[in-house]
Ligand binder design. Sequence first.
Ligand SMILES: NC(=O)C1=CN([C@@H]2O[C@H](COP(=O)(O)OP(=O)(O)OC[C@H]3O[C@@H](n4cnc5c(N)ncnc54)[C@H](OP(=O)(O)O)[C@@H]3O)[C@@H](O)[C@H]2O)C=CC1
Ligand SMILES: C[C@H]1O[C@H](OP(=O)(O)OP(=O)(O)OC[C@H]2O[C@@H](n3cnc4c(=O)[nH]c(N)nc43)[C@H](O)[C@@H]2O)[C@@H](O)[C@@H](O)C1=O
Length: 322
Amino acid sequence: MNPKRNIRIFIAGHRGMVGSAIWRKLEAEGYTNLIGKTSTELDLRNQAAVHDFFKAEKPEVVIDAAARVGGILANNTYPYQFLMENLQIQNNLIDTAFHSGVEKFIFLGSSCIYPKLAPQPLKEEYLLTAPLEPTNEWYAIAKIAGVKACEAIRKQYGKDYISLMPTNLYGPFDNFDLKTSHVLPAMIRKFHEASQSTVHGRQSTVTLWGSGTPMREFLYVEDLAEAVVFAMENKFSDNLYNVGTGEDLTIKDLALIIQKIVGHTGEIIWDSTKPDGTPRKLMDVSKMEKAGWKAKTSLEDGIRKTYLWFLENQGSFKEVKI
Ligand SMILES: NC(=O)C1=CN([C@@H]2O[C@H](COP(=O)(O)OP(=O)(O)OC[C@H]3O[C@@H](n4cnc5c(N)ncnc54)[C@H](OP(=O)(O)O)[C@@H]3O)[C@@H](O)[C@H]2O)C=CC1
Ligand SMILES: C[C@H]1O[C@H](OP(=O)(O)OP(=O)(O)OC[C@H]2O[C@@H](n3cnc4c(=O)[nH]c(N)nc43)[C@H](O)[C@@H]2O)[C@@H](O)[C@@H](O)C1=O
């Protein structure tokens, strides 16, 4: 066996959409020493517990996919949880990993760290050049602190601590709770449920949020998992890398694609009392491509796979409550 495949890798948040995709990818690649703990087994907000865990398990690589995560409404409704829990989780992980001698740490942020009205596509160097989008500034500030903590360790101590900034993600094990989820899983559930019920012989209407004009970029979570494993296996020359497809579309166009895949024929209503969020956040993915990684899955293929997963897991899919 390749001894490298025996390295002790801690995947924080291994039950989440992203963490579980990374776990599956690492297993498929033959890594045998994967470590995962649920939030009940190890609350990463608890500094002493994190310290004891590192002492006992001695991970050599840490992948941080644990976070308080949610869509636009959850971010806007629970600013304190999104700021504080994320700071606590990532500070405990980064600082304990550093003091335990972990040489490789991968921190996952989000495209919302960039300024609301930054030029498009978003380059890594636009970080901290203008104000953030108000619906997610609390979460973004926590994520920026994580990026900077890894950058500081890299600058001061020369350790391979890097930050990957994924665009909006979707796929198996996503959160399908209609209050806390992101737009893509919410649309799958809304269109599916409306397609199953009729009013006066017509399929039920679907209510979506905002104006439908904002643009978003979507990456299939298994592509992200591949990018994370690529980053784990290679030494990158810099601290911060965007991870996306480099292509976006309007929320209205996304709705039409999902409506067609699900087979919904009813009306769509736009609820203008709900926020639009940032008008556009398209990633410049050239830095990651130069490093040697590119997304593979088309949006339609990814949505079809996710819808299939949703159908196969009805009744047991995740609904995150805050
Ligand atoms: N979803 C998206 O669109 C995007 C996500 N990201 C980033 O990817 C990462 C993962 O997101 P995603 O998989 O979607 O989120 P999920 O909500 O699916 O998973 C989050 C995971 O974090 C764990 N977690 C949360 N709080 C704690 C805690 N206090 N102690 C221990 N574990 C905790 C949960 O553990 P448990 O299940 O055991 O409770 C869960 O497994 C995050 O850093 C997020 O910011 C970035 C861009 C977009
Ligand atoms: C990943 C990213 O995710 C969040 O930012 P967001 O991209 O704005 O989030 P979202 O996916 O929830 O919405 C995208 C767009 O879609 C519209 N929309 C329509 N109908 C529904 C709907 O039914 N549900 C939701 N959630 N949105 C809807 C919605 O009004 C908005 O215009 C932040 O958490 C941020 O911190 C972050 O990192």
